[in-house]
Design a protein. Structure first.
Ligand SMILES: *[C@@H]1O[C@H](CO)[C@@H](O)[C@H](O)[C@H]1NC(C)=O
Length: 469
């Protein structure tokens, strides 16, 4: 009899005596017999780790009965030879190949009743192996690169570059997007394996794409230093940074000789510089702009900002006016998606058309659905035209993206947005950005940054797929 069962016996005995019950004796003795049986159950791996924490008297009884009835397998027998001089982690790595051995080794370790730690100089589990919530934060844990260093032009090649544009001195309402790039990086920490049951439609080519193990050189260039004191200088800094990234050669890309850049905003003014550099690097002819936003952003500077001074005329609501003026926008194949913010002036709709944009409003989704929106976009841009996607996170409903400069009710859900992007399989996406993420206005749980990171994950899928076609 083990000391444990003696203890139980004593307790039961005392209870019986105290209660002065004679007729209960038989039941107690029967109970003890069952318990006697229980204590002979060989210990399984999980039993020996968690012991009494998960094995109440009742569960032990249940296990004993199940073992007896053959409903439960007996645990793997303990290895007799002692295992020594090997790294626990080396054995652990072989888990998939030798599962039984792993459990045997573990049981042996546990029999010694202590955790077997690696040798003091063994760093095999520490070296280069970050937990998802650790490490120096880069987007999706991609490697970082000093992309603005002229020396890197000789030494480094890039297929897709991610770069932050921490700028928010072009906003009309809530500021804070200068903290957007690092917010989005924080929101991206669980990215890393791209295979997903919801990437692409069922059975699509997109559904087998894993951007994080694609064989393409995808890097995080960090943030462009942008002065908060003069927008003209700050935007020029961004332009020069985009330009030097675009001057790198690609590494493993099949179709693209230059890196494709995904920019983390920043208020929406930054898109003008992104478009300029992409235009110069890729096409030198107008680019199909897909502009996901609740606002048109083609406002005539005379109407938004420019009444005060010419300097004020370029801001996050007018940059598309200037992009159209500069010839970056392909007027035959550009479109706003998700528009719902009120116009400022009755002339806004006409001016928007003059800038070259078609319009899908947020409520159009109720008429034509997610697939209908994707189809309209695909019919417009096709698979050859160079496309730039600029996505203001306020295209989402404030329920999904409250941390933004100018929130508007009645937007898409994150699922609808991902669905629309999934439907763009095959577009020739040469550049993209996600802007207007303002972490100071976000929730504690970082909803907006999380949504932005998810959108960029979709961009990566589209970009990598195009390369593998
Ligand atoms: C690029 O391709 C080469 C050859 O296939 C491969 O060895 C290398 O790992 C690839 N680079 C990246 C970043 O995956």
């Amino acid at each position: 009899m083990s000391p444990f069962s003696i203890f139980f016996y004593l307790i039961f005995y005392l209870i019986t005596v105290c209660l002065g019950s004679g007729s209960g004796n038989q039941a107690i003795i029967e109970e003890l017999f069952i318990q006697e049986e229980i204590f002979e159950i060989p210990e399984s791996y999980i039993d020996s780790i968690y012991g009494e924490l998960i094995n109440s008297v009742e569960t032990r009884q249940l296990k004993a009965r199940k073992l007896k009835n053959g409903e439960l397998l007996a645990p793997i027998p303990i290895l007799k030879e002692k295992v020594s001089g090997k790294s626990f982690f080396n054995d652990y790595r072989g888990l998939n190949e030798y599962p039984a051995q792993f459990y045997e080794l573990s049981s042996e370790n546990l029999k010694l009743n202590k955790i077997q730690l690696p040798q003091d100089d063994d760093v095999s589990d520490i070296n280069g192996n970050y937990p998802l919530f650790g490490g120096i934060v880069s987007f999706g844990h991609f490697p970082t690169m000093s992309c603005f260093d002229p020396k890197s032009l000789q030494n480094e090649r890039i297929d897709i570059a991610i770069v932050g544009a921490p700028f928010d001195t072009g906003v009309s309402y809530r500021p804070g997007a200068r903290f957007g790039p690092n917010g989005i990086r924080q929101g991206s920490m669980r990215l890393g394996v791209g295979l997903s049951p919801v990437r692409g439609k069922r059975g699509s080519k997109l559904s087998s794409v894993d951007p994080y193990n694609s064989g393409l050189q995808i890097v995080d260039c960090g943030d462009v230093p942008m002065t908060p004191f003069d927008n003209r200088f700050a935007l020029n800094q961004l332009y020069r940074a985009q330009r030097i990234i675009h001057k790198h050669d690609s590494l493993n890309s099949t179709f693209y000789e230059k890196p494709r850049i995904i920019t983390l905003g920043g208020d929406h003014t930054v898109t003008l510089m992104n478009l300029r550099s992409a235009y110069e690097a890729f096409s030198k002819k107008p680019i199909s702009a897909l502009h996901f936003d609740s606002h048109i952003d083609t406002w005539d500077p005379k109407i938004l900002g420019g009444g005060i001074s010419n300097y004020a005329g370029l801001n996050h609501g007018t940059f598309l006016h200037y992009a159209a003026e500069a010839g970056y926008i392909n007027k035959d194949s550009s479109m706003h998606i998700g528009i719902r913010a009120p116009y400022i002036d009755p002339s806004d709709a006409q001016h928007d058309e003059d800038c070259g944009f078609r319009l899908i409003t947020s409520t159009d989704i109720d008429e034509i659905g997610v697939g209908g929106i994707s189809k309209k976009i695909m019919d417009l841009v096709g698979t050859e035209n160079p496309v730039y996607i600029s996505l203001d996170i306020d295209v989402l409903d404030p329920a999904y993206a409250p941390g933004t400069g100018t929130a508007e009710i009645g937007g898409f859900t994150t699922r609808e947005l991902i669905g629309i992007l999934n439907g763009l399989e095959g577009i020739n996406l040469i550049g993209a950005d996600v802007v207007e993420v303002s972490p100071p206005f976000d929730t504690n749980s970082g909803l907006t940054s999380l949504a932005a990171a998810g959108v960029i994950d979709s961009f990566l899928g589209l970009m990598v797929l195009k390369d593998k076609e």
